[in-house]
Design a protein around this ligand. Structure first.
Ligand code: GAR
Length: 199
């Protein structure tokens, strides 16, 4: 079986695509995806949620919505990825969304999971890859910031961009206010991007 050819070839066939969401924290993007996925016409069904943090608030959201969820420790990255791949296979997951998942996935993981992986990032990629985006954006006195959804590849925040949303930075913007503004846009952009992928 040719691994590369299988990638990106999930067909809808009238059915929702079994999706897993990886989280590490609050899970507000997860909540937005769950809400959208309850719509009959939304292309994905969230069948599994994996957190690499035991105390991630997002796990409570998963519990509230009665969605299968797991904490898998990422202290040992190899073991974490091996366990995740097992769960993804066991649950017949065919699409993976990273939503505030703060760990970089290895080349081996990305190549082993034969389906699409996407991520949302709180900046106008390719600008401000990595952490502390809002702080760096404000320090550089940018006029605009925003968020981007992109395919996950082996280099950090660098895969093909699916969609971006730009917002204007106010004169007295703080890291906190910018974070809230960007996050609100993420909740709209992420579901929109998923719809566009499976159109
Ligand atoms: C979001 O702003 C997301 O873009 C960011 O973490 C936040 C998670 O919020 N992700 C990254 O920085 C990944 N590089 P949430 O847990 O409320 O969805």
């Amino acid at each position: 079986m040719k691994k590369k050819k299988l990638k990106f070839q999930v067909k809808l066939n009238g059915k929702k695509i079994k999706t897993c969401v990886f989280i590490s924290g609050a899970g507000s993007n997860l909540r937005s995806l769950i809400n959208c996925s309850r719509d009959y016409n939304f292309p994905i069904k969230i069948a599994l949620i994996i957190s690499n943090k035991a105390n991630a608030k997002g796990l409570l959201i998963a519990k509230k919505y009665h969605i299968k969820h797991k904490f898998i420790s990422s202290l040992d990255k190899k073991k974490f990825e091996r366990n995740c791949l097992m769960e993804l296979k066991k649950n017949q997951i065919k699409f993976l969304c990273l939503a505030g998942f703060m760990k970089v996935l290895s080349k081996n993981f990305i190549n082993s999971f034969r389906y699409k992986i996407i991520n949302i990032h709180p900046s106008l990629l390719p600008k401000y890859k990595g952490l502390n985006t809002h702080k760096r954006v404000l320090k550089n006195k940018e006029i605009y910031s925003g968020c981007a959804v992109h395919y996950v590849t082996t280099s950090l925040d660098s895969g093909k961009i699916i969609a971006k949303k730009k917002i204007l930075i106010d004169k007295n913007e703080t890291e906190k206010s910018l974070g809230i503004k960007v996050l609100n846009q993420e909740h709209i952009l992420y579901p929109q991007s998923i719809i566009s992928i499976f159109k």
